[in-house]
Design a protein around this ligand. Structure first.
Ligand code: 1HE
Length: 264
């Protein structure tokens, strides 16, 4: 059962925990979880202040939508210099999501648009409910992505698809999002949170060093030239297998105490 996580956060966010899983809910449903500065600062604070015994994070949105993206009502007042600082704030916060201490599972439903999609892209595993839809309406608003979308989204769906979304205002459905690689799980409406929690609990049960390698080494290796990648992989693999946790897990398997791999 989830309980409140003791953390000072803006009312637009709610922090809970369920065993080793810390849960962050976007909690501004009356504004479709639009992300104002306070929420972005809160997200940064949450990921920087996780209790040490946290093994994974579950990120979800309250109400009918995951997030309507940037709070457009805050946009009018910024000049260029302030705009750069604002985008930098989002970069800093989402960097803590992607390259923080533990893997993040995002549960997506309803609108997942603009900055909401950028936030989702910073997570490590994405679960969609069939109600989810994805768009980058920045083009039609006369603005541009600023939360790391140009870096993360092409790596998920390719430059051409992101260009199409931004230039034509194309919306992808939950099913299409699953096909093009935005999400890796697709579930019925209302089932996303339970599925996300189940996955986060499994992730939290992994050896911490393996989770570290998957979060911090894998995406960097994927960007390296292959020769450097093989070298870093060999080092990471040697470090992981030398950890006492790995030794205990291998012993459990060899002595028939660990579960077998099962069909999906
Ligand atoms: C908002 C926002 C927002 C809703 N900022 N207030 N994002 C967008 O361009 C998406 C804009 N939002 C929408 O297209 C729709 O609101 C939704 C499809 C997400 C939801 O529709 P619906 O019918 O459920 O809600 P609604 O009636 O449009 O909105 C309810 C309230 O939320 C309403 O305020 P109210 O005071 O009239 O009740 C809306 O104004 C408010 N609201 N979305 C501010 N985004 C780092 S750069 C990232 C750049 C971007 O993210 S650009 C994409 C911005």
């Amino acid at each position: 059962m989830a309980e409140r996580l003791a953390m000072r956060l803006t009312p637009s966010l709610v922090a809970e925990r369920d065993g080793p899983v810390a849960i962050l809910r976007l909690n501004r449903p009356q504004k479709r979880n639009a992300l104002d500065d306070e929420s972005i600062l809160g997200i940064e604070h949450f990921f920087a202040s996780l209790p040490e015994d946290t093994g994974a994070v579950l990120l979800a949105g309250e109400g009918e939508h995951f997030s309507a993206g940037l709070d457009l009502s805050e946009l009018n007042e910024r000049d260029v210099t302030e705009g750069i600082a604002h985008s930098g704030l989002w970069h800093r916060a989402f960097e803590k999501v992607q390259f923080g201490t533990v893997p993040v599972v995002a549960v997506l439903h309803g609108a997942v648009v603009g900055g909401g999609l950028e936030l989702a892209a910073a997570a490590h595993v994405r679960v969609a409910e069939r109600s989810a839809y994805y768009a980058l309406p920045e083009g039609s608003r006369g603005i541009y992505v600023g939360g790391g979308g140009s870096v993360r989204l092409p790596r998920l769906i390719g430059v051409a698809r992101m260009m199409d979304m931004m230039l034509t205002g194309r919306t992808y459905s939950a099913e299409e999002g699953q096909t093009i690689g935005l999400t890796t799980y697709l579930v019925e409406p209302g089932k996303g949170f339970a599925k996300g929690l189940e996955l986060a609990q499994r992730i939290a049960g992994n050896a911490p060093l393996t989770n570290f390698a998957v979060m911090h080494a894998l995406p960097r290796i994927a960007e390296m030239d292959p020769a450097a990648g093989y070298a870093v992989e060999a080092l990471m693999s040697a470090m992981a297998q030398a950890d006492p946790d790995a030794k205990a897990r291998l012993k459990d398997f060899l002595e028939k105490r660990a579960p077998k791999v099962t069909r999906g």
